[in-house]
Design a protein around this ligand. Structure first.
Ligand code: ATP
Ligand code: LTN
Length: 333
């Protein structure tokens, strides 16, 4: 009988070591990576060269790189199944980004990126060139590994679209070199909103951390943040993004970190007020964080360093092969 060889698709994703990772990062990104490990070849990066597109303290950056790996592990990323590595340890990422800057990436496209506009704000002229070019480095991350699927939160969809456009342009000019990747975004929880302003996404680089529940937050601080989260007018527990954006966000967090789905929660809280709801939600969040932090605290720095080194070796091979091909087709070899 003929043996069927199953070729697994590759997925790639990454998180910047740029602040305290929060439940938005966990729900929108990491939790879906954990589920994908069985079915795909998974590569997860700590994208430190993306983090330096905005100012970072060297000491803090060094600490956070280790912290993000521990968070991946505590969340259930298994280094025996998935590759975990640090972006800056593999020079091919920045090399390919440069080549894509020259072939594929266009100013007109970068000018449309909403993340750049949000982050640069009024200061577009004075922010770093790196912040502007951020999506091209992200395209390089993805295209280096024949990635087919990129699991990210909603905010990164536009960047993955750009990576597709860049790959298509490059392939048109030089022949089939890159696979065309696709973003995969969760149906529910792809955009967890700030606790104090439900119009804004929960963001780890937010200067007011009361907007976020950090994965490593002190448990009692996290409980207080939930109790102080804004709610909407009225008193019914309902899921309605238009009329009850704050409550809809809290319901999403409840469903994602707990065991009941949103329709069930709405039913169970019929006739009860916001106070009861928030108290129970705080219990769910506290339980999640307690379990998570227990796992996190058991992981040593030594273990992290070994995992990063093993990961670097594995991706280095894949990246070198792709770079050889790229250098050939553009004519520098
Ligand atoms: P920063 O504020 O430093 O830009 P961030 O919190 O947006 O950081 P990233 O490192 O940019 O985090 O994103 C890591 C992953 O988490 C991405 O896949 C991103 O889409 C996802 N993510 C970030 N914030 C949220 C959120 N509020 N809800 C759902 N997913 C999110
Ligand atoms: N820009 C992403 C982080 C990131 C990424 C990637 C995600 C950098 N390179 C490649 C997926 C694939 C973000 O989450 N802010």
């Amino acid at each position: 009988m003929e043996k069927k060889i199953e070729i697994k698709k590759t997925i790639f994703s990454g998180i910047q070591p740029s602040g305290n990772l929060n439940i938005g990062n966990y729900i929108g990104a990491i939790s879906q990576w954990v589920k994908m490990q069985e079915k795909y070849n998974c590569i997860f990066s700590i994208v430190d060269y993306h983090a330096i597109t905005v100012k970072q303290s060297p000491e803090e950056l060094r600490r956070r790189i280790i912290e993000v790996v521990k968070i991946y592990l505590a969340a259930g990323i298994d280094p025996n199944k998935s590759i975990i590595f640090q972006q800056s340890a593999v020079a091919a990422h920045t090399e390919l980004a440069w080549i894509l800057n020259c072939y594929g990436a266009r100013i007109a496209d970068l000018n449309k990126m909403t993340q750049f506009k949000d982050k640069a704000g009024e200061n577009q002229e004075s922010v770093s060139v790196g912040l502007y070019d951020y999506p091209v480095l992200m395209a390089a991350d993805i295209l280096l590994y024949n990635t087919e699927i990129v699991p990210v939160g909603e905010d990164q969809k536009q960047h993955v679209e750009l990576a597709r456009d860049i790959a298509k342009r490059f392939n048109n000019e030089f022949g089939e070199t890159f696979l065309i990747p696709q973003a995969v975004i969760k149906q529910e929880g792809a955009r967890i909103m700030s606790l104090l302003d439900p119009k804004k996404k929960m963001s780890k680089s937010d200067s007011n951390q009361n907007n976020c529940i950090g994965l490593l937050d002190d448990i009692e601080v996290a409980r207080k943040k939930i109790m102080r989260a804004v709610t909407d007018s009225g008193s019914e527990i309902e899921y309605d993004l238009e009329d009850k954006p704050a409550l809809s966000n809290l319901l999403t967090i409840y469903a994602q970190l707990g065991t009941r789905e949103i329709p069930r929660l709405v039913k169970d809280y019929r006739g009860k007020g916001y106070g009861d709801f928030k108290k129970d939600l705080a219990d769910v969040v506290v339980k999640f964080l307690t379990d998570f932090q227990k796992k996190y605290n058991k992981i040593s720095d030594d273990k992290v360093i070994k995992i990063l080194e093993a990961g670097r070796k594995k991706v280095e091979k894949l990246a070198s092969a792709k770079m050889e091909k790229v250098r050939q087709v553009i004519g520098v070899r």
